[in-house]
Design a protein. Structure first.
Length: 1045
């Protein structure tokens, strides 16, 4: 290292060319770097979806889900199996353990599923795929007073146009139903014409087809023979012949049935700003450019919709590029502002030229990262931008320490080249060791469990690459530039003299602070080192108490306001469509009245609060979303808007769930605590769920308590009467004919455009909505006779489900609740639920197991693994330093300041009123790097002075004085460089502030630890070591004396 430093000092052209190469390559790499909101990644999950048309959840569970579970559970590498059986479909989700090949796992699962031969004949082919995060960058709303068919037609055309735009990978159409043709045949007409469902189905299959019949290879050329009789539309099916009578009378479908060319019967309704709507979600693929993609989509929406009929409109919705651009602007603005502040600080205490080259060093480290990172698949996204901010303080530290050392050697009288060489070499070992140690601190993020490494790998990647280039700049480029720094010339102008006086005052002030404040204080601290160490330990204990006692709340993710407010209303199973529409309209009207609400009106300065509103009704759930006007969250709390919106809607007594979420980080229905009950004893499982809900209601501050038991409706079970055997009728005959009438018989699928349209033959819709239809139904016997349904079969009502959940091959029920803000946190609720209620539940219901849900378990695994890996990283750093220092105790002096960096982060959160989150923890990691850097510089100098023969206390005092300026400057520049973000009030900044507070306050508090605590600990360790050596030496001396005697 020393030889390379000297070589670059002697060859400034090489240093300049290296700098130009890094800057040029960085600019080119940055321009070609993919841009996305969040990094795309896989989730280590595989879904198996198998449709079973017409089957209820119980049949789907028994016939599909259980069979798939039993077939695959023994595969090596499966971590968890979660399943759901619902109407007409079963889905099994497999969570794969870390380290297993997903392609091989998919193939193994497919082989096991394909080997199952006991599936019912009516099931469709299983779809097996790997789950992955594919980033949606923008949505487009197509809305207006138009029919569903018109919306779908134009939606498909727009989807094709958008998919053809550059960098668009996929466009998904949502809010639409699949087309379907229904041939509705009443029981009365079947009896009148002697026609059965089978007759109509056979007629359709017999008459509606296109069939190639071969090729005639004539001398004049080949002729393709083709039968073309496929029915495509309503009028085509009406003309299909069902039967002919002896008198020549023809019975067509139009004579006995009604053909409806419509959509599948699914409860789905989407509205945008009060009008019917569908949505198109635009997603990007590899090498994405979220800004360019959204710009192209906006250009299309603004200028490419002239083909739309009157009344239809296009509008963009949920533009995620705004989040990306806002974050990039925020970071760029604050990084530039922080860089200017760093430059001013260095200029005041050192020299303007040195400050300039230190600032250039930061740019070189960043450009080097932008050069390399695209080649390893990293994009510019929210997390990589986050990482660039995270390492700002660490990068500037290296350049400051090297630059200050060179400046100090210049002040000692060395010429430019010699000062640059000696100054850089003097700190090369501690700086290199510090950078390697910081890299080790960030390495554990690559080994976290679950999906975290795939999601967070941008942070260690940016850190490792940028720090590598920081070393290159600090040792090879910076010394070469500072070697040519000429002695300062006297100022010749009044402005120059004024600036020089200001700089001199600051520089002298730092020297005076070192000599007149720090040195006397350090001497007293060393004399009273026991008391000093106890004081620091008490301060650390206080910081831990602030968290454990709840003065600083803990949350996995920080609270971030959003411009979007969502509402979820879940109604009882089977609640009428009309009732859900009325509730939706109430919520839409209430949203329009929000701007006139007196509480909100007092806080906003505009007449319009809501920019757009979406309502989405599916199944028994109604979801609504409001988009506030831009920057409105800076005037009024979105949480308050959500509460007032809920109040304006009023009570909905029948609702199972009525919740509002103003979270800006996608927590769905807000932050919840969820317990998962599993058992094969259904009675105990149901009772345990009710018990758990009741006990959670007793927790002060717990609200919106609900479970996911989707029951409340009744199922009709059919059984065969003995009398049915007299007619040769079996249970399968009855079941098949009832299925034909109520679910329908799929006659065929018609290829129409890009759709495969089902053709269903069944009873009319109004008949299928009545139980009486079943009683009046006629069952066709094998010989063609008709008998009443009730004469051969009987029915019974049993409790039913609309959805059945399973986990790890057992029935499961989730019970969840939300904490009330300022009364209860998720962590406090989790402790009550699992530590207090859990044992009581286990005692009452021994066959039921209570576990944490996957999200909470993932969080626990994250923190547990992060703590272990962080300790392992500290152990690796200790070994590295112990080998370098040739001492067991000296590395402890360096690492001792790391916990105190966390102490500073905790105090910073307390001062700023922040919750401690996972982002706070990342800030602590970054602060650890800065702290280790400062400590290494100090202890390395102490070791050098002791090697020169100075007494230990004298070495401590002198090293503290010499390293006072670089340590103060590194801490001061880090804190001041991050200050602009700490003072930001924008919504984007609130996501970053916890991390920035940890880094800034951690470094600030750790400065005192480095300058005071570490010398005291070093002296105590040295005395302890000397005392130990003396005790070990004493028996040897006594033994030698006895031998001499």
């Amino acid at each position: 290292m020393n030889a390379s430093i000297a070589w670059f000092v002697r060859n400034p052209i090489a240093a300049n060319l290296l700098m130009l190469l890094i800057l040029t390559a960085g600019i080119m790499g940055g321009l070609g770097m993919g841009k996305e909101v969040f990094p795309s990644s896989n989730l280590n999950m595989i879904t198996i979806s198998m449709p079973y048309p017409g089957a209820g959840p119980r049949e789907v569970e028994e016939q599909i889900v259980v069979r798939i579970e039993e077939a695959i559970y023994s595969l090596e590498g499966i971590k968890h199996i979660r399943s759901q059986a619902r109407q007409s479909n079963g889905q099994v989700t497999v969570e794969v353990a870390d380290g297993y090949d997903m392609t091989k796992m998919i193939n193994d699962i497919k082989a096991r599923v394909d080997a199952i031969i006991t599936f019912p004949s009516d099931v469709e082919r299983a779809v097996i795929r790997e789950q992955e995060i594919r980033n949606e960058v923008i949505r487009v709303a197509l809305f207006g007073e138009a029919s569903e068919a018109v919306l779908r037609e134009y939606g498909q055309r727009i989807r094709n146009d958008l998919a053809a735009l550059p960098s668009v990978d996929l466009v998904e159409l949502s809010g639409v139903r699949e087309p379907q043709i229904d041939i509705e045949l009443s029981e009365m007409n079947m009896r009148r014409y002697g026609i059965s469902f089978n007759d109509v189905v056979s007629a359709v299959r017999r008459s509606s087809l296109n069939l190639p019949a071969g090729t005639i290879r004539a001398a004049s050329g080949d002729l393709q023979i083709q039968t073309r009789g496929q029915a495509y539309y309503e009028e085509d099916f009406n003309q299909i012949l069902v039967s002919s009578r002896a008198d020549g009378t023809e019975i067509k479908i139009e004579d006995i049935a009604t053909v409806i060319d419509g959509f599948e019967e699914r409860n789905l309704r989407t509205r945008f700003n009060g009008e019917n709507a569908i949505f198109l979600g635009v997603r990007v693929g590899r090498n994405p450019d979220v800004v360019a993609t959204t710009a192209a989509v906006k250009d299309y929406v603004n200028g490419g919709s002239s083909f739309l009929p009157p009344g239809l409109q296009l509008q963009t919705w949920r533009d995620y590029s705004n989040m990306f651009s806002s974050r990039l602007t925020l970071l760029s603005k604050n990084a530039f502002g922080g860089l200017i502040l760093v430059f001013i600080v260095l200029m005041l205490f050192l020299r303007p030229q040195l400050a300039f080259w230190v600032a250039v060093g930061i740019a070189i480290a960043y450009m080097g990262a932008l050069w390399i990172l695209p080649s390893i698949g990293l994009t510019l996204n929210m997390l990589s931008m986050f990482a660039f901010l995270l390492i700002l303080g660490i990068i500037v530290d290296d350049a400051i320490i090297v630059g200050e050392s060179i400046y100090r050697h210049q002040q000692l009288g060395y010429d430019g080249d010699t000062a640059a060489r000696l100054g850089a070499q003097a700190v090369s070992k501690p700086v290199l060791l510090a950078v390697v140690s910081t890299m080790i601190v960030f390495l554990p993020m690559l080994f976290l469990p679950g999906m975290w490494p795939k999601f967070l790998w941008a942070i260690p990647a940016v850190t490792l690459v940028a720090l590598s280039f920081s070393l290159i700049e600090s040792f090879w480029i910076l010394p070469s530039h500072l070697a040519k720094m000429q002695p300062e010339k006297p100022a010749t102008t009044q402005v120059g003299m004024a600036i020089r006086n200001v700089r001199k005052r600051f520089a002298d002030g730092l020297v005076n602070a070192s000599q007149n404040i720090y040195m006397p204080f350090l001497e007293r601290a060393l004399n009273w080192r026991a008391l000093t160490l106890i004081g620091f330990c008490l301060a650390f204990t206080l910081s831990i108490t602030l968290i454990s006692a709840g003065y600083i709340k803990q949350r996995f993710m920080p609270d971030v306001p959003s411009d979007f407010i969502s509402m979820r209303i879940e109604m009882p199973d089977g609640y009428s469509v009309e009732g859900k529409i009325e509730i939706t309209q109430r919520a839409e009207r209430a949203a329009q009245l929000l701007a006139d609400d007196p509480v909100i009106r007092a806080q906003i300065d505009t007449d319009t609060l809501v920019a757009n509103q979406l309502s989405f009704m599916y199944g028994d759930t109604v979801r609504l979303m409001l988009e506030l006007q831009p920057d409105m969250s800076g005037q009024v709390s979105p949480t308050l808007v959500g509460e007032r919106w809920q109040r304006l809607i009023g009570e909905i007594p029948q609702a199972k769930t009525f919740s509002v979420d103003a979270s800006g980080i996608g927590r769905g229905n807000g932050e919840r605590i969820t317990g998962v009950l599993t058992s094969n004893n259904l009675d105990q499982l149901t009772a345990a769920a009710q018990f758990l809900k009741q006990r959670m209601r007793d927790i002060p501050g717990a609200r919106n308590i609900r479970d996911d038991i989707h029951s409340g409706r009744s199922d009709i079970d059919i059984s065969l009467l003995p009398f049915g055997n007299n007619f040769g009728i079996g249970l399968s005959d009855v079941a098949r004919q009832v299925r034909q009438g109520f679910y329908g018989d799929e006659a065929q699928r018609v290829p129409r455009g890009r759709d495969d349209v089902k053709v269903m033959v069944r009873y009319p819709k109004q008949d299928r909505a009545q139980v009486d239809t079943l009683d009046s139904m006629r069952i066709r016997t094998p010989n063609g006779a008709e008998v009443p349904f009730y004469s051969v079969a009987e029915t019974s009502y049993v409790p039913g489900y609309t959805r059945i959940n399973r986990q790890d091959r057992q029935r499961s029920v989730k019970v969840s609740a939300q904490p009330t803000a300022n009364k209860l946190t998720v962590d406090e609720m989790a402790q009550i639920l699992f530590d207090e209620i859990g044992p009581e539940l286990q005692q009452r219901y021994p066959e039921v197991v209570l576990n944490k849900d996957e999200q909470l378990a993932e969080q626990d695994a994250f923190f547990a693994s992060a703590a272990k890996l962080f300790m392992l990283a500290l152990g690796m750093i200790y070994i590295l330093m112990a080998v370098e220092f040739k001492s067991y105790l000296k590395p402890l002096g360096v690492l001792s300041a790391v916990p105190f960096g966390m102490m500073g982060a905790v105090f910073g959160h307390f001062i700023m009123g922040l919750n401690f989150s996972v982002l706070s923890f990342l800030g602590v990691l970054a602060a650890s790097g800065v702290v280790v850097n400062d400590n290494l510089v100090l202890i390395d100098r102490i070791n050098q002075l002791r090697a020169e023969g100075l007494a230990i206390k004298e070495a401590l005092m002198r090293a503290g004085q010499e390293r006072f300026r670089p340590i103060i400057l590194t801490s001061l520049t880090t804190f001041i460089g991050l200050a602009p973000i700490l003072l930001e009030t924008s919504m984007q900044a609130r996501f970053l502030i916890p991390m920035v507070a940890s880094l800034a306050f951690g470094v600030l508090f750790a400065t005192v630890v480095t300058l005071v605590f570490v010398p005291c600990l070093y002296l105590s360790g040295a005395n302890l070591n000397a005392h130990w050596e003396k005790r070990m030496l004493l028996p040897t001396q006594v033994s030698n004396s006895q031998s001499d005697a």
